[in-house]
Design a protein around this ligand. Structure first.
Ligand code: FAD
Length: 489
């Protein structure tokens, strides 16, 4: 099959979809190759993108400005990133939320992810009117898909791109293979790559991040996201970008899809006593609400594991008073029959959940240093009695003593929402070669080019990776269309 277009787009995740809409809006003809049999990619599992100074935030009297966000973000990443690329993203982001709204996407609001974060997470209101939760953003993807098609973009589903065509130093097409096994050749003036990283490729994860998939990192491995775009770009001389896991630490990516494990996760997302294999405390546990910081804390521990502890007296308090941290991501907060339900989980996932009738027995089951652990609990109970955490200064409202009869532990480890980076771009999102010269006709967008966090995902401004994907997708579409339409046929 042979096709022509102004702009060819590799992949229809949120970055590719936004690129398809914006390039079409600019008047370019567009063909999109998508490997899966549906669109939206990883973002179908998520809830919404980042934005600052959106209409929604202004209507809520938010006083957060682009300038504030930019300065805080750049300080957070030690300016170890391309400041102009970050500027382009943040300055576009509020208006992109308005653009999505004008297309028909409804947002339930701009909210925080955890108490110390900012209300930048624009959570999508699902089309069916249900309360927003995981998968809410699939509605946004469906609306983008519809809009791109209305504007004339053509989508080739189940047609992975296999190669970028470059002739006389310029990018001029894409090769792919459709579901019937036929080769598809698109000749075009500009190409945008947005294949979402390599989160489902254990070899690449090991080689480029040093982590071991399924052993010490537990990615949400979306099938098909195996680094194709990165490989295709490197093959034609594109430079390597900095690569990392979009790490999230918490309890517990093992047994992740088990609905009961998700339901009870609210208990272990609290600022409970958390210890390492040596039985020592490692931080003010309330800090672990920021799950990318939690990933770093866990990364420092033996076996990259920590143990979040509760007992029956604490469960009783949670049932009576509610849990201090609530989240619409994990569970409804129902902890009735906790012992029975948790004990079942210990049978299903013996390396992840532990229950015992004494602290000593719990330590032995985990394989933890029993003397240190018992001493840690004694010291922690003293801190609770004194209402003062001398070690880490944890807020006294989280200081609950361990004086029950039955003890529970859940493992915390490093998970990944996916991966970040791989394709090097300049601030205009032009893919560059190893000398930082742009490769004519080639743009990147989304997670494939996202190396803006200096290693630790910036959760204080939640919605940041989907935000980066929709904004860099939209910008790449505009720039690629502009370039393609300026060339003579
Ligand atoms: C459970 C979960 C929840 C999340 N929630 C949020 C959230 O609420 N907010 C937020 O900011 N971020 C969230 N994220 C992260 C967010 O989903 C990603 O940052 C975002 O989807 C990246 O967009 P993308 O377009 O770059 O890539 P993806 O969404 O990963 O899409 C990549 C696309 O590339 C396609 N593809 C791969 N190879 C080829 C090929 N050879 N040819 C053609 N197509 C190909 C894939 O099929 C896929 O459709 C979440 C992630 C997970 C796992």
């Amino acid at each position: 099959m042979k096709l022509t277009a102004d702009v060819g787009i590799i992949a229809a995740g949120p970055a590719g979809l936004c690129a398809a809409v914006s390039a079409s809006e600019a008047g370019a003809s567009v063909v999109v190759f998508e490997k899966a049999n549906n669109v939206g990619g990883t973002a179908n599992m998520g809830m919404g993108p980042f934005g600052v100074e959106s209409r929604i935030q202004k209507a809520a009297f938010s006083n957060l400005t682009k300038e504030d966000v930019f300065r805080k973000f750049m300080d957070y990443v030690h300016w170890h990133t391309d400041a102009r690329l970050v500027h382009e993203y943040f300055w576009k982001s509020g208006e992109t939320i308005d653009w999505l709204e004008d297309m028909g996407v409804k947002f339930a609001g701009a909210v925080k992810y955890f108490p110390d974060s900012e209300a930048t997470w624009h959570v999508v209101q699902p089309e069916d009117g249900s309360i927003p939760g995981p998968r809410a953003a699939s509605t946004m993807n469906r609306i983008l898909y519809r809009r791109a098609q209305e504007l004339g973009a053509r989508f080739l589903l189940e047609t992975p791109a296999t190669r970028i065509i470059k002739e006389d130093g310029k990018v001029c097409g894409i090769l792919g293979k459709n579901a019937q096994g036929e080769e598809v050749e698109l000749r075009c003036k500009a190409v945008i790559v947005a294949t979402g990283g390599f989160g489902c490729n254990p070899e690449m994860i090991r080689e480029y991040t040093g982590l071991d998939f399924g052993k010490n990192v537990f990615n949400f491995a979306v099938p098909g996201i195996v680094g194709d775009g990165i490989r295709m770009v490197w093959e034609i001389g594109g430079a390597k970008g900095r690569m990392s896991i979009e790490a999230t630490g918490g309890v517990s990516p093992i047994g992740d899809s088990d609905p009961e494990a998700i339901e009870l996760r609210g208990v272990f997302s609290q600022a409970n006593l958390t210890v390492n294999k040596q039985g020592f405390r490692i931080c003010d546990e309330s800090i672990m609400q920021n799950s990318s910081v939690a990933a770093n804390i866990i990364d420092e521990q033996t076996g990259k594991r920590v143990y979040n502890i509760v007992d029956d007296s604490i469960i009783k308090r949670f049932r009576r008073n509610g849990m201090p941290f609530s989240s619409n991501v994990f569970g409804s907060g129902n902890i009735d029959n906790f012992d029975e339900r948790f004990t079942k989980l210990t049978e299903l996932y013996p390396d992840c959940y532990y229950a015992a009738d004494s602290l000593e027995e719990l330590a032995d089951k985990i394989g933890m240093n029993r003397e240190n652990f018992v001493e840690t609990v004694e010291e922690y109970n003293d801190a609770c009695d004194d209402n003062y955490d001398e070690l880490f200064g944890k807020n006294r409202k989280y200081l609950l003593p361990y004086r029950g009869k039955r003890f529970y532990a859940a493992v915390g480890c490093i998970g990944g929402y996916g991966t970040l980076g791989g394709i090097k771009v300049n601030w205009k999102q032009e893919v560059v070669d190893t000398e930082f010269n742009p490769i004519p006709g080639l743009w990147g967008a989304g997670s494939d080019i996202n190396e803006i966090y200096d290693g630790t995902y910036m959760f204080y401004f939640p919605g940041n990776t989907m935000g980066f994907a929709v904004n860099t997708g939209r910008i790449a579409g505009e720039r690629a269309a502009d370039y393609a339409l300026s060339l003579e046929d």
